[in-house]
Design a protein around this ligand. Structure first.
Ligand code: MG
Length: 259
């Protein structure tokens, strides 16, 4: 009788090596240990409607609550001059991008946005804007309900890198939501890349980016390599010449930034 030896074949050996490379996490508390600190209790937010923005969780940093742009500026430091009207923030075409005055690291971001109705143009024009994590990594904002463009340039794409898993767009003028979980890259003291950035995105509550690994900053028709930058940087909104509206923007930093 033949005895089967694990990892005897090349395929099985490869599988064993792969298995050996997996590291099971060590949790510092045994199961059910009541000495483990309880999670902080917060008040969760609420979902928005067509007529009313949602409410942020109680521990969120509110970046825009419909009142003013006090926490925003243009990249050159000039005061943000996009239009605040009726509780919404509207891109002022040709005025330039705006970004938060505060810098953030790994984070959860919520943004509500609406593309113009009626639309203007086609392809990359209608309702083009963007949510830039750390000013460098864009989640595309676009009217992708009927308007067609290249897949990694449509709404909810990690621009020029990953198309969304599905097209979960609503029509022009409708309020839509992004919920983003972003882990930024890490660099050593001498500038070497030590961790890649990842993004998870829900568009209107639907998973469209599942923990994708970014190739570097997002740019038009190219994929430039990472370059060293700070562990915390502002959140930026794009002026692409279209009067896109925003409301209820908040962010929560993810505590364990080294994870
Ligand atoms: Mg854009």
């Amino acid at each position: 009788m033949k005895t089967r030896i694990p990892c005897a074949s090349a395929a099985a050996l490869a599988a064993c090596v792969l298995f050996a490379a997996v590291t099971i996490p060590v949790i510092p508390y045994p199961p059910g240990d009541r000495t483990q600190p309880l999670p902080r209790q917060i008040t969760p937010g609420g979902g928005g409607t067509e007529y009313q923005p949602g409410a942020p969780p109680s521990d969120a940093v509110v970046l825009f609550d419909g009142q003013n742009l006090s926490g925003w500026q243009h990249p050159d430091g000039k005061p943000a001059d996009w239009l605040v009207t009726g509780g919404t923030l509207q891109v002022k075409p040709k005025s330039g991008d705006i970004q938060t005055t505060q810098a953030f690291g790994d984070c959860q971001v919520h943004v509500e946005w609406a593309t113009p109705d009626p639309t203007r143009g086609s392809d990359q024009e209608p309702g083009n804007s963007g949510v830039f994590l750390m000013t460098l990594y864009e989640i595309q904002v676009l009217d992708s309900f009927r308007n067609k463009t290249y897949p990694d340039g449509q709404a909810a794409a990690v621009y020029s890198q990953y198309p969304p898993l599905v097209n979960s767009s609503l029509p022009p003028g409708a309020w839509q939501t992004y919920d983003i979980v972003f882990h930024g890259p890490r660099f050593s003291a001498d500038g070497d890349l030590t961790r890649l950035a990842t993004a998870t995105v829900f568009h209107n509550g639907v998973l469209v980016q599942d923990h994708v690994t970014l190739t570097g900053p997002t740019e038009w028709v190219k994929r430039p390599p990472y370059h060293a930058h700070a562990a915390k940087m502002p959140l930026r909104l794009q002026d692409h010449g279209q009067p896109v509206r925003f409301r209820n923007i908040w962010i929560r930093e993810i505590p364990d930034a080294t994870r």
